[in-house]
Design a protein around this ligand. Structure first.
Ligand SMILES: Cc1cc2nc3c(=O)[nH]c(=O)nc-3n(C[C@H](O)[C@H](O)[C@H](O)COP(=O)(O)OP(=O)(O)OC[C@H]3O[C@@H](n4cnc5c(N)ncnc54)[C@H](O)[C@@H]3O)c2cc1C
Length: 390
């Protein structure tokens, strides 16, 4: 099989890249290790920056998003038993949008299928060869070893993918921070309550209440890294969420059947080597953010935009300037975004053996973000996301 760009991974980065390249008339094949049903059913992020929404609309995959996306115009944070609220709408009216990653992925996959373009599910990439001049992607599908020949390889295969390993400097140029806790996430058939949302800093650990739709809630509890997601009954999970969200008002979360439970470790990771020869990597393959800033999916879309321009330059415009600068351009958005996500995490969680002094410092940070002009501007700007250079 041959194509111009071989894309490894049908997550947000790979699918968005394929969609943008399609608009530029560039041929792609997507190879995805998992089954179609698995990819469509995977529950992950849910908060889209304005720029992500505009990108999806601009490339013709924003119809359902326009109908079903729920605007987020203010952010609630609870700490020390009190609720605080701040607007996150900026001067030009930009705000965040609730729209699940599973929906973004479904919209992109269904559009690609409707356009008759190739996605090979259950095609696991095992090896990359000849990345300097004539790349070959070796994969296994239908029980047989196969090869995709291409001019460029887009490694959009997530944190545990294979592509980063083919960048010689990747390990030496990587920076990692592991947090000593995890997020236990639930999906529940419980209409999100408008007064009971956002982050709750509590001495029992962080709680987060967000929406997936008008009738489905997505909520999280900070838990130890090895927490067993089936250890608590539904009732106990709701009780614990209510305890952490308590702001003295007597208001409680709407409860409902818990339909999904998962656990995600928190880490910050940046690989500062994002290209080698004819291989470029994007999204979680190159960086991980702790989820507090809701940035993982948004960063992946940002990388895909830059990669598409880099490849368009090489393949259609005989211009390799963006390609040459690909890593540097991406890192200019990645590092500040990772830094913000880590700052949010440091401020919102209870660390093991945390002193009361540290807790007071966290309150000061939160107070700054919620109640001072400079802090509010910082919070709003960071939450809404950095502008795109490309
Ligand atoms: C459990 C979990 C919960 C999360 N929750 C949030 C959240 O609440 N908020 C938030 O902002 N972010 C969240 N994230 C992060 C966010 O989902 C990611 O940042 C986003 O999915 C990155 O997109 P991506 O396309 O780079 O990678 P991915 O979505 O990981 O896609 C990579 C794809 O590559 C495929 N692949 C891997 N290896 C191979 C191979 N060898 N061959 C072929 N295919 C391969 C994988 O199957 C996968 O489909 C969460 C992540 C996880 C894991």
């Amino acid at each position: 099989v041959k194509t111009e760009v071989g894309i490894i991974g049908a997550g947000p980065a790979g699918l968005m890249l394929a969609r943008i390249l399609q608009q530029h008339g560039i041929d792609t094949v997507i190879l995805e290790r998992r089954s179609r049903a698995y990819v469509l059913g995977r529950i992950r992020a849910g908060v889209l920056e304005h720029g992500t929404v505009e990108t999806l609309k601009a490339y013709g995959v924003g119809e359902r998003l326009k109908r079903e996306g729920i605007p987020i115009k203010s952010m609630q944070i609870r700490w020390n038993g009190e609720k605080h609220d701040t607007s996150i709408v900026d001067e030009s009216g930009r705000h965040l949008t609730t729209y699940g990653q599973a929906k973004v992925v479904r919209d992109l996959i269904e559009q690609r299928e409707a356009d008759g373009l190739p996605i090979r599910f259950e095609a696991a990439v095992e090896r990359l060869d000849d990345l300097e001049d004539a790349p070959k992607i070796r994969f296994v599908a239908d029980g047989a070893a196969q090869t995709l020949e291409c001019q460029f390889v887009a490694g959009c295969d997530g944190y545990h993918g294979v592509s980063r390993g083919y960048i010689p400097d990747a390990a030496a140029q990587s920076h990692l921070r592991d947090y000593p806790f995890a997020w236990f996430g639930i999906l529940a058939e419980a209409a999100p309550h408008p007064d009971m949302r956002g982050f709750a800093h509590s001495t029992r650990g962080l709680a987060v209440a967000s929406a997936r739709s008008e009738s489905i809630g997505r909520l999280y509890l900070q838990v130890p890294p090895d927490f067993d997601v089936n250890a608590m009954s539904d009732e106990d999970v709701w009780d614990e969420l209510d305890r952490r969200m308590d702001d003295g008002s007597g208001q409680r979360l709407n409860r409902g059947r818990i339909t999904e439970r998962n656990r995600a470790r928190l880490r910050g990771f940046v690989c500062e080597a994002m290209q080698h020869g004819r291989l470029l990597i994007a999204g979680d393959a190159a960086h991980i953010v702790p989820p507090s800033g809701a940035k993982g999916l948004n960063l992946a879309i940002g990388d895909a935009r830059v990669m598409a321009e880099a490849l368009r330059g090489r393949l259609r415009a005989n211009d390799d300037r963006i390609y040459a600068d690909y890593t540097a351009i991406c890192l200019r958005r990645i590092w500040p975004t990772v830094a913000w996500s880590c700052q949010m995490s440091d401020t919102l969680h209870m660390f093991p053996d945390q002193s009361s002094f540290t807790t007071q410092m966290q309150y000061q940070n939160l107070n700054h973000w919620m109640h001072t002009e400079t802090g509010q501007r910082r919070f709003r700007t960071a939450m809404l996301g950095l502008p795109y250079e490309i």
